[in-house]
Structures are given as structure tokens and as C-alpha cells.
Design a protein around this ligand. Structure first.
Ligand code: GLV
Ligand code: MN
Ligand code: MN
Ligand code: MN
Length: 401
């Protein structure tokens, strides 16, 4: 298993990696994503697994009869955020194949079908909504909404899929498929620092509710050298104050608020901007706190906008309610792994989307620095291998005689 893990890791490592930053740019339906997808299909076929592409562009590799029901599914995603790390997503997919290799070497006898999945567009880096593949499958993102999604160049999601050689005509809820799954387990690198030195692996208890909101600050373009300060309607000012307010409100509430993406029009050094678009990502331990924090940020933006002569518009682009992972499945995993830590996370996952429809659990592999969504994201190989063994133990418990 160690060899197969190392080989797979080395194969994926260069795909979509920027030579300058060392980060990844594997965005839905781009060429790096296509390479990752070809790699997944190759892994499936090399192991004699039945390869399947579902109606939403998610990839599946089946051991046993996909139609038998009560299947045990594991996997994650292969796409990345802009300049993402190597582990967020790929560690789960590589570990899934390596865990199957491990179970085969143990001579495990399966009495349930097992599948490995690569969910499409988990990060939402291209079309703004995270977990598109699993959301479509679970029916929490509708086909009509999905058809309206556009990337930064104005390319519609169905056109991007078509260009990459996929048929977007059939996208939508896939109840039949979910009805044939008894449990889903996603292994993922930990994205914070909950796991202590002594614990390379943990089990997830919950995912914080989180969402994405777009603030449009409409001002007036004008000359940087001739427009008196009192004559300006500068949306940059309102935006900057909103960022400060977000930080303050979130801190006071014990929540998180991030403006990580911004677009400026016309984006000229010597022109006051006409429009600033700022995307807020906010998360909290419970939905009431999240709602309150976003409302406070909204109020701060509107009040500041009035002072600045800037019109503020707010659009909620996506929202994921709190996820409490299936209690019996979570306890079964923790027990099978000998009492590992059970921890919540603020990061979103396909497992969080599926948890509303099927029993779902997650395993986390220790991240020594907690850094994620960055080229510096890291996990020690020994911890990754411990993760593979833990996943194999869990799958054996769930799917074998
Ligand atoms: C995805 O990784 C997210 O939590 O934003
Ligand atoms: Mn991520
Ligand atoms: Mn991820
Ligand atoms: Mn994620």
C-alpha cells in the first residue's frame, strides 16, 4: 500500500501546479482538471473497477454491483482553489485507492459494493458555488440555477462542461444513485490545528454553517487627479470600511468573515472606481450567529455607503446549513479506530452536502501547521499512510464480511 500511495501521489503532484508559486490551479473543466480526471479513470481501470461518469460529471469506480444497494462509498475531490495545496481533496482520492489496495492485500472479502468517487468542482473556484457535483446530485442545487452559473469570463457552466466533452443536458438530482448508497466516508487533510501531536487521525463531528455573499458597491468613476475629495463617490472607501467591519463583527461574535476575492471596475490606477465587487465568506458555529454576523456586516456596509454616496447591493450566492454527521456512523468509526479525537471543522466538504441525504462520516489527517488553501498546505507522509490504514479499517468494518 505504501508503494501504491507513493506512486499515485507522485503522479498527481505535477498536474496543474504553478512553477512560480508551487500552488495548484485545478479548476472545474480546465485542462488540469481533465488530466486529474483521466488519472482517476486510469486508476479505476488498472484495478479492474467499473468506471462510471454520472449525470453531473462526478466520477465513480465500482468494486461489485453498483445496483445491489447499500454500497459503501469513499472519495473526495481533485479540483483546487486558486493556488491551492496538494492535499485538500487529492489526499482523500489517493487514500481511497490505496485503502482498497490495502484491503485486497489483506484478502478482505466484501459483502457490499464499494465505490470510490471524485466529486466535480468541490471548491467552487470557477463558478462561485462550492460542491457543485455533490449539490447537484443531492438536489440542493437545481438544474436551472446551475445553468445560470458563469465564470469570471462569462462562460456558462453547461458550456464549460460541453467544451470539456461532457454532456450537460442531464445534470440534476440523482436520487436513484443516492438510494443505492448505504454510507459515505470522506478522508480529508485537516484544515486547522485541532489534531494534537499525538493524534495523526480524527473523526469529524460537525461542519459549521457557512455561505458566500457578494457585495456590489456602486460609485462613480472619475479622475484621480482632478476630483476633489468632497465630490467623490468612491466605492473603494465603502468596501474598505466593510472589510474592517466584517473583521470586527466576526471577532466579537466568535465567527469568521473573509473578503478573499474582489473585482474592481474599471481597475485603473488614475481613476476612482465605478464598481467594487467583494465576496464575503462567513462561517460560525451555529446558524443564528452566522445570520447575525452577516446582517451586522450588511448594516455596516449600507450605513457607510450612505455616507460615501455609494449604493450597496447584497446577493447571497450560496449557503450551507450546519452539518451534524450521522451519530451512529461517527461513533462506529471512532470506536473502530480506538478512540481517536472527534472534532468539528469550519471547512466545507462534499460529505457535508451528502450528510443531509445519506449516513456520512469524515476522517481527518493531521496537518502540522493547520495551513490550507495555500501552496504551504502539508501533511507528513507517515500521517497520510496512517490515514490510509484508518480508512481501510473503516471500510473493512463497513463493507466486508
Ligand atoms: C472549501 O474547502 C471550503 O470550505 O471553502
Ligand atoms: Mn478546500
Ligand atoms: Mn477539500
Ligand atoms: Mn472543501
Amino acid at each position: 500500500m505504501t508503494d501504491s500511495f507513493r506512486r499515485m501521489w507522485a503522479e498527481l503532484l505535477p498536474v496543474g501546479r504553478s512553477a512560480s508559486s508551487g500552488g495548484y490551479r485545478r479548476f472545474a473543466w480546465n485542462s488540469a482538471d481533465a488530466e486529474c480526471r483521466a488519472w482517476f479513470e486510469e486508476q479505476a481501470r488498472a484495478r479492474g473497477l467499473a468506471y462510471e461518469l454520472d449525470r453531473n460529471g462526478n466520477q465513480w469506480a465500482w468494486l461489485g454491483d453498483p445496483n445491489a444497494g447499500d454500497a459503501v462509498v469513499t472519495g473526495s475531490h481533485l479540483d483546487s482553489v486558486p493556488d491551492g495545496g496538494a492535499y485538500d481533496g487529492p489526499l482523500g482520492v489517493v487514500s481511497s485507492f490505496a485503502a482498497l489496495d490495502e484491503l485486497r492485500s489483506r484478502g478482505a472479502e466484501f459483502d457490499k459494493p464499494l465505490a470510490i468517487v471524485n466529486f466535480g468542482d468541490e471548491e467552487g473556484a470557477r463558478f462561485g458555488v462550492a460542491c457543485i457535483g455533490s449539490r447537484l446530485t443531492a438536489g440542493v442545487l437545481g438544474r436551472e440555477q446551475a445553468y445560470e452559473l458563469r465564470d469570471a469570463d462569462g462562460v456558462r457552466l453547461p458550456d464549460a462542461m460541453e467544451k470539456a466533452g461532457y454532456d450537460p443536458a442531464a445534470i440534476g438530482a440523482d436520487e436513484d444513485r443516492l438510494g443505492r448508497i448505504g454510507a459515505f466516508v470522506e478522508l480529508h487533510v485537516e484544515q486547522g490545528r485541532y489534531l494534537t501531536q499525538e493524534h495523526p487521525v480524527g473523526v469529524a463531528s460537525a461542519i459549521w454553517p457557512h455561505g458566500r455573499w457578494r457585495f456590489d458597491f456602486h460609485g462613480e468613476a472619475n479622475h484621480a487627479g482632478t476630483t476633489w475629495i468632497e465630490d467623490r463617490r468612491d466605492p473603494m472607501l465603502t468596501y474598505a470600511n466593510t472589510v474592517l467591519a466584517a473583521r470586527k463583527k466576526a471577532k466579537l461574535a466568535g465567527a469568521l468573515a473573509t473578503f478573499g476575492k474582489v473585482a474592481v471596475e474599471p481597475n485603473g490606477t488614475n481613476a476612482i472606481a465605478s464598481l467594487i465587487r467583494g465576496w464575503l465568506d462567513s462561517r460560525a458555529a451555529d446558524e443564528a450567529t452566522l445570520e447575525q454576523v452577516v446582517e451586522e456586516i450588511r448594516q455596516a456596509a449600507y450605513e457607510r455607503g450612505e455616507r460615501d454616496g455609494v449604493r450597496v447591493e447584497l446577493t447571497r450566492e450560496s449557503y450551507t446549513p450546519v452539518v451534524d454527521f450521522d451519530g451512529p456512523l461517527r461513533d462506529r468509526l471512532a470506536k473502530r479506530l480506538g478512540g481517536v479525537p472527534v472534532l468539528p471543522t469550519g471547512a466545507g466538504h462534499d460529505a457535508g452536502i451528502l450528510a443531509s441525504v445519506i449516513p456520512t462520516a469524515m476522517l481527518f489527517v493531521r496537518n502540522p501547521t493547520g495551513v490550507s488553501h495555500s501552496p504551504a498546505e502539508h501533511a507528513e507522509e507517515a500521517d497520510c499512510l496512517t490515514g490510509v490504514t484508518a480508512l481501510a479499517d473503516v471500510l473493512e468494518d463497513l463493507a466486508c464480511k
